[in-house]
Design a protein around this ligand. Structure first.
Ligand SMILES: [Zn+2]
Length: 195
């Protein structure tokens, strides 16, 4: 795809999704709260420190920035022309991490919903998104309950399973480094910029 963003737009886009508590994430959190959903945020004991954890609903919501997480067919995801290889590698790494992290969460019995930054832009879009995800949460819930009955785990075995998967999650960074190496020169730069 061609580079259609101006420098300023790109900077704004990247800056807005570099960290937790981003605009899109806050908008989704506010909307869920208003609709009566309660949740914990940035839960460190779960793989990938998920953004929004609705424990009662056995659902996790991950809010992805379109650029950094490489949203397919999205106007916010445009590889910059300069340092193309670097950006492509960086985004491939993030995608790989996202995929494995979601699989780890699913393995622990969570319903994982991934939403994209572009779905949260504008109040109308945001409302549509919130209708969709809250509908999905409610629809999938009986399945999640059934699944947890089926598992019928003791607290101790649930804890062991979580520890095992957290170990795999910890190993993920090294696997990603091996799969998508970034030259040292650029690595320094990316540490400062970061995700
Ligand atoms: Zn998008």
């Amino acid at each position: 795809m061609a580079d259609r963003m101006t420098k300023e737009q790109r900077h704004k886009c990247m800056a807005s999704i570099r960290s937790k508590n981003t605009g899109p994430e806050l908008a989704v959190r506010r909307g869920l709260h208003k609709r009566g959903f309660r949740f914990r945020i940035h839960v460190k004991s779960l793989p990938g420190t998920p953004d929004i954890v609705l424990a009662r609903w056995k659902t996790i919501i991950l809010v992805n920035g379109c650029f950094w997480h490489g949203h397919e067919n999205c106007s916010k995801y445009v590889t910059p022309r300069s340092n193309r290889e670097f950006w492509e590698t960086k985004i491939a790494r993030n995608r790989h991490r996202d995929e494995v992290t979601a699989a780890h969460l699913t393995a622990l019995g969570w319903h994982v919903l991934t939403i994209w930054e572009c779905e949260t832009c504008g109040s109308e879009r945001l409302e549509t998104l919130l209708d969709r995800i809250t509908g999905q949460i409610r629809t999938v819930f009986p399945e999640m309950q059934e699944e947890s009955r089926r598992r019928n785990q003791s607290k101790a075995s649930a804890k062991r399973e979580q520890e095992e998967i957290m170990k795999r999650q910890a190993a993920l960074e090294a696997e990603i480094d091996a799969l998508y190496p970034i030259p040292k020169r650029i690595r320094r730069m990316s540490k400062e910029e970061n995700q």
